[in-house]
Design a protein around this ligand. Structure first.
Ligand SMILES: [Zn+2]
Length: 569
């Protein structure tokens, strides 16, 4: 009802703005047109319409304008409705994202961030950012910062775009600071007879787990295990020489469950703690302990960890820790573009890519640099939902959302790739050309043309022959006199307001700004277009977005030389 009243109010305000006063009949007509489902109720609605109309006719025009054109973005979640979370109660949900700081986050990580974040906010719960940094060999300090930075941008965008507030994690946890606590719990498992130190070589462990065979260490007494554990911590063993293993069942149908390792030696400095630790918890151990100890009620994990769920539950139960819901979600693959660090890293290290922010790859910073708005990524995953199945997406889907966000607001510019000089006879210079800044706007930009020479694009020249007429956007209608490879000769048309002539882009010879546009093709290649743009390009700042007419949306990557990256068409 409230919603219906708002709709009538809006229609009445529009009507009043148009004709000075709103007319109940006209408003009712508009209402029926926009909501045919209400037609049977027209009679009953008439009095409501009348009431609203008389109200509207009392309002000042400013108020009417506000009602007729409400701000475009609604600050509440819209579009897809997310399915409820099992066992979730408002105010009592705690979720987390748990990235390992071993690389720059990609589009794939955005789902792992946004799904638990959105649920935490839907249920007015708490959202944690937890660094799973217990695998020091591949972790680096710069990755912690990159994750914080990129995740912040996405969450802030989620607040703006979906109204999920606050757009920030509520608490940051660095797992490695909890390693001493994990040692304590490991020791508890040993004392309970639920864990043992195995000094078999890794290859043998792997094979025997496959074959379901128990090794000689499995039944050694608790005291022996405690002593070996001490020696592991003190550095008596080298990496790979000893493991702490959970004692479960070596014939368990799930091979992952066959006495999995829970702590191992890593002889590599930790990015935060240096060589303070030698023994590090294995993923299953740290993730389950940390989720339980930090109050997580719903732990989201990607489906590939499914066989590990049983291991994690077993650890929790053996330690008598608080249990929580484990929620699986499907992974994202981007059609034709590999997301894995394994693929991207060599390209970065070999110099084929400029870095982890290269706009050709779908790292979050690469995407941002390309001009994909954080809002577009948020909207994309919100629409996709928390699906449990793996999904293949393509960049076109993301581009379509991005285009929708950019189109209403970014200014249009002229850019002439592969320029050819065109001399215009019969035009008085200096002359001011006027180009519309945006098709929906009444604002114009002025371009001063000092000499009767402009650049037009080679691709436009190719179709031209003597006698053709076309319009130089915002400047003049011209006729072709002759076309030479290095110069086109034009003459001002007698009739300036010819309808239906082709409009082409140009840049003035004097004041035209040299610029280039990089078009990402694949992680290995770019296409580069060089040319001249209109003078206003020189005023753009790095990071500004624009639409190059007939080319697509671009982001200004750097000013010297003026370099744009094509986001998408
Ligand atoms: Zn063994």
């Amino acid at each position: 009802m409230e919603e219906l009243r708002d709709l009538i109010l809006k229609l009445a305000a529009e009507n009043a703005l148009k004709y000075g006063k709103a007319n109940p009949k006209a408003v009712l007509g508009k209402l029926m047109a926009s909501r045919p489902d209400l037609r049977p109720k027209a009679r009953e609605l008439a009095s409501l319409v009348e009431e609203v109309v008389s109200q509207v006719n009392e309002m000042p025009p400013e108020a009417l304008k506000e009602i007729a054109t409400p701000p475009k973005r609604e600050r509440k979640p819209q579009g897809r409705v997310w399915p409820p979370l099992e066992g979730a109660e408002e105010g009592n949900v705690v979720t987390r994202v748990a990235p390992e700081p071993n690389g720059y986050p990609t589009l794939g990580h955005a789902k792992g961030l946004l799904v638990p974040f959105i649920y935490a906010r839907i249920y007015k719960g708490k959202f944690l950012l937890r660094f799973e940094d217990t695998n020091p060999r591949v972790e680096r300090l710069e990755f912690y910062d990159a994750i914080r930075e990129e995740f912040s941008r996405l969450l802030e965008a989620a607040e703006r775009e979906l109204g999920l507030s606050p757009g920030k994690w509520d608490e940051e946890i660095i797992e490695s600071y909890h390693i001493p606590k994990m040692y304590e719990l490991a020791e508890r498992l040993i004392k309970q007879g639920d864990a043992y130190v195995c000094t078999c070589p890794a290859e043998k462990v792997r094979q025997w787990r496959r074959e379901g065979r128990e090794c000689e260490h499995r039944d050694q007494p608790v005291e022996v295990n405690l002593e070996l554990w001490e020696r592991m911590l003190e550095g008596d063993f080298k990496e790979g020489e000893a493991h702490l293993r959970l004692k479960t069942d070596m014939r368990h149908p799930n091979i992952t469950m066959r006495d999995p390792g829970i702590c191992r030696i890593v002889e590599a400095p930790h990015p935060i703690h240096g060589d303070r630790f030698r023994v590090y918890p294995v993923y299953d151990f740290s993730v389950s302990v940390m989720d339980s100890l930090t109050g997580v009620t719903h732990a989201f994990r990607s489906k590939e960890f499914e066989p590990h769920v049983e291991v994690q539950r077993t650890i929790i139960r053996k330690l008598g820790l608080r249990e929580y819901h484990m929620v699986q979600f499907g992974r994202i693959t981007v059609e034709g573009i590999p997301l894995s660090k394994r693929y991207i890293r060599p390209l970065v290290e070999s110099g084929i890519l400029e870095g982890w922010d290269d706009p050709r790859i779908p790292t979050l910073r690469g995407l941002f640099r390309r001009g994909i708005l954080p809002e577009a990524i948020v909207r994309f995953f919100h629409e996709l939902g928390p699906s449990k199945v793996d999904a293949t997406v393509n960049m076109d889907m993301l581009a379509a959302i991005n285009r929708k966000l950019l189109d209403p607001k970014v200014p249009r510019y002229m850019f002439v790739p592969d320029p050819v000089r065109a001399v215009i006879e019969g035009i008085d210079t200096p002359v001011e050309a006027r180009v519309q800044i945006h098709p929906d706007s009444k604002e114009y930009r002025t371009i001063v043309v000092e000499e009767p020479i402009v650049y037009i694009s080679k691709s436009d020249v190719e179709g031209l022959k003597a006698g053709d007429e076309f319009r130089l956007r915002g400047l003049a209608t011209v006729r072709v006199r002759s076309v030479n490879p290095d110069e086109v000769s034009l003459i001002l048309s007698q009739e300036q307001k010819i309808k239906g002539v082709k409009i082409i882009q140009w840049a003035p010879l004097k004041g035209g700004v040299p610029a280039r546009v990089f078009i990402p093709l694949s992680p290995y290649s770019y296409e580069m277009l060089g040319g001249y743009g209109e003078p206003a390009l020189a005023e753009m700042r790095e990071g500004d977005m624009a639409q190059m007419l007939r080319m697509g949306f671009v982001r200004l990557d750097k000013r010297k030389p003026l370099t744009f990256i094509l986001s998408h068409r």
